[in-house]
Design a protein around this ligand. Structure first.
Ligand code: G6P
Length: 479
C-alpha cells in the first residue's frame, strides 16, 4: 500500500487537485475507459518528465474513478492510462466528497470569490453549512495525509485551488520538512465581500493557505485581494512569512496550433460553415455553463446589437458553445435552462428561413471549439469575474484571419490583453452590444494587427514555463 512505499519511490514533486489528469467511465460491458484531460497543470507536470519522481494526488469523482482506484496497484493508477504520470486517486467517502465539493467549494467558496451572491442566492450559514464544513475539513485532511505519505524528504508540493485551502497547513503539521505551494486559479474576493463568511471560517481558509511557503495567484489583483483579506481578518502582517507570487498562465501555442489543424477540426469547420452560411461574420464564445461566465447577458448584448444595428441582421452568426458543468447543483441546472431559453428567444425574434442568429451547442467537443476559434471574427469573453479565462488567450492564437476580442475588465486576462481588446463592464448589456458592433466593424488590417499583439501577450507564459517557474520559486526559497 501507499503508506509502505519505499523511500526511493517517494516523490520529489507533487501536485494536488480535486480534478486529476485522468477520469474513468464504465462502459456498457462493465469495462473501464480512461480519458486524459488537458489544461495547464497537465502540460506543466508533463514538462518535468514522468521519471523525475512526481506524483499527482486527486479525488475519485465518479463510479468509474472509484472502480479504477479499487484495482490500482499500491494506490497508483496504471501509467499507460495516465500518459506515464504517477497518479494517486483518493476514494473519499462519496457523501463527504459531495459536501466538500458541491456544498462548500462550488456553492460557497466559488460564489464568494466570484462575487455571485444576489437575492435569492444569498449565503446561508446554518447547521447544514457547518456539517458540510466538517466534510470540507475531512476532504482536505485526506489530501494532506496522502501527500505526507507520498512525499520524499524535502519534496516540493503544489496544492491547487479553493477545494484545498486547508490542506497546506494540515500538511505542514504532518511534514514540516516539505516545500509547500498553494495556487489559486480563481479570483480572490476583496475583504468586504470575503467577510460574508463566518469569522472563524474566513480565518481558517486564510490560515490554511498561509500554511504554505508560497501562495500564488493568476494576477496581481487577486494576490493583493488575498493580502488585504489577511490584514482585515487576521490583523496586520502575513503571520507565517508566507510569500505571495503571481504567475499568469498563458495559452499553449504549440499544442493549440498543431491540434487545431488536425483532420477532425477541419471536419468540424466544414459543418460549422454550413450552419453559419456564406459570407457571414461570426462572434464566438466557448464556456463551461457557469454563472460567473455571464452567458445570458452576453446573449442579451447580442440581441441588443441586432436591435440597434439592423445592418448586422443576416450578416452575423453568434456561435455560443456552453458546455454543462457541475450539474449536481440546482442553480447550475437552472442557469443551463436560462441560457437555452435566451438563445431560443433571439432565434424566434430575429431568425429567418435562411438565417439562425444564435447557434448554441451544449455538447462538449474540443475539436469543434477549436474549429470555432479558427473561424472567429470576434471572440466574446464577458465573465462577471474570472481567475484568468484561457479562451480569451486561445482564440487569438488559433483564429485563421485574426480576431477582435470583446473582453470583460473583470477577467484576469484583462491585465495582459486589455490594451488590444474592446473592454466591457460585464453587467453593462448596452455597453457590451456597442463593443460587439465596434469589434465587428474593425477594419481587417487593424484586426489582424491587434490579434497578433493579443496572441503574443497570450503566450508570454506557456503552461510548462508557468509550472516550472512556480517550482523554481518554491525550491529557491529559504526555508
Ligand atoms: C475552474 C477551477 C478548477 C476546476 C474547473 C472545472 O477552472 O479553478 O479547479 O477544475 O473550474 O470545474 P470542475 O468543478 O468541473 O472541476
Amino acid at each position: 500500500m501507499a503508506s509502505t512505499r519505499a523511500a526511493a519511490e517517494k516523490a520529489r514533486v507533487l501536485v494536488a487537485s480535486n480534478r486529476g489528469p485522468v477520469s474513468y467511465q464504465v462502459g456498457e460491458d462493465g469495462s473501464l475507459h480512461a480519458r486524459r484531460g488537458g489544461g495547464g497543470l497537465v502540460s506543466g507536470l508533463s514538462a518535468i518528465g514522468s521519471d523525475a519522481g512526481s506524483v499527482w494526488v486527486c479525488a475519485a469523482l465518479g463510479d468509474g474513478d472509484r472502480a479504477a482506484v479499487r484495482r490500482a496497484d499500491g494506490g497508483l493508477l496504471p501509467a499507460e492510462e495516465t500518459g506515464g504520470q504517477r497518479v494517486r486517486m483518493l476514494d473519499i467517502d462519496a457523501s463527504v466528497h459531495a459536501e466538500a465539493y458541491n456544498g462548500i467549494a462550488n456553492s460557497v467558496l466559488w460564489f464568494v470569490h466570484h462575487m455571485l451572491y444576489q437575492t435569492p442566492l444569498e449565503p446561508v450559514f446554518d447547521a447544514e453549512f457547518r456539517r458540510q464544513w466538517g466534510s470540507y475539513e475531512a476532504y482536505n485532511r485526506a489530501f494532506a495525509e496522502a501527500l505526507a505519505e507520498e512525499a520524499a524528504e524535502g519534496a516540493a508540493v503544489l496544492i491547487q485551488d479553493y477545494h484545498l485551502a486547508l490542506a497546506p497547513r494540515m500538511l505542514r503539521q504532518l511534514r514540516p520538512d516539505l516545500r509547500i505551494g498553494h495556487f489559486s486559479h480563481t479570483p480572490w474576493a476583496p475583504p468586504d465581500y470575503f467577510r460574508l463568511l463566518p469569522d472563524d471560517i474566513a480565518a481558517e481558509l486564510l490560515g490554511g493557505i498561509l500554511g504554505a511557503d508560497r501562495a500564488a495567484f493568476l494576477t496581481r489583483r487577486w494576490a493583493d485581494a488575498f493580502t488585504d483579506c489577511c490584514h482585515a481578518v487576521l490583523g496586520p502582517g502575513i503571520p507565517s512569512g508566507t510569500r505571495i507570487g503571481v504567475h499568469g498562465l498563458g495559452a499553449d501555442a504549440d499544442f493549440l496550433r498543431k491540434r487545431a489543424h488536425e483532420p477532425d477540426v477541419d471536419e468540424r469547420m466544414a459543418a460549422l460553415r454550413a450552419e453559419i452560411g456564406e459570407g457571414r461574420k461570426t462572434i464566438v464564445r466557448v464556456d463551461r455553463t457557469e454563472l460567473s461566465k455571464n452567458i445570458v447577458r452576453g446573449l442579451l448584448a447580442y440581441e441588443q446589437l441586432l436591435a440597434d444595428h439592423p445592418e448586422w441582421r443576416e450578416k452575423v452568426v453568434h456561435l455560443a458553445f456552453a458546455y454543462p458543468s457541475r450539474q449536481d447543483l440546482a442553480v447550475y441546472r437552472e442557469y443551463t435552462a436560462e441560457v437555452q431559453q435566451a438563445a431560443e428567444e433571439i432565434n424566434e425574434r430575429y431568425g429567418t428561413a435562411q438565417w439562425t442568429p444564435v447557434v448554441l451547442h451544449v455538447k462538449d467537443d474540443f475539436a469543434r471549439s477549436l474549429a470555432a476559434y479558427r473561424l472567429a471574427d470576434v471572440a466574446l469573453v464577458n465573465p462577471i469575474r474570472d481567475g484568468m479565462n484561457l479562451v480569451a488567450k486561445e482564440v487569438p492564437v488559433v483564429s485563421d484571419q485574426g480576431c477582435a476580442l470583446v473582453l470583460s475588465r473583470e477577467a484576469g486576462a484583462y491585465e495582459e490583453l486589455g490594451e488590444d481588446a474592446f473592454v466591457v463592464n460585464p453587467y453593462d448589456i448596452a455597453g457590451t452590444a456597442r463593443a460587439l458592433h465596434e469589434a465587428l466593424s474593425l477594419p481587417e488590417a487593424e484586426r489582424a494587427e491587434r490579434s497578433k499583439r493579443l496572441a503574443a501577450a497570450a503566450t508570454a507564459l506557456p503552461p510548462a514555463r508557468w509550472f516550472l517557474d512556480q517550482l523554481d520559486a518554491l525550491t529557491d526559497q529559504p526555508s
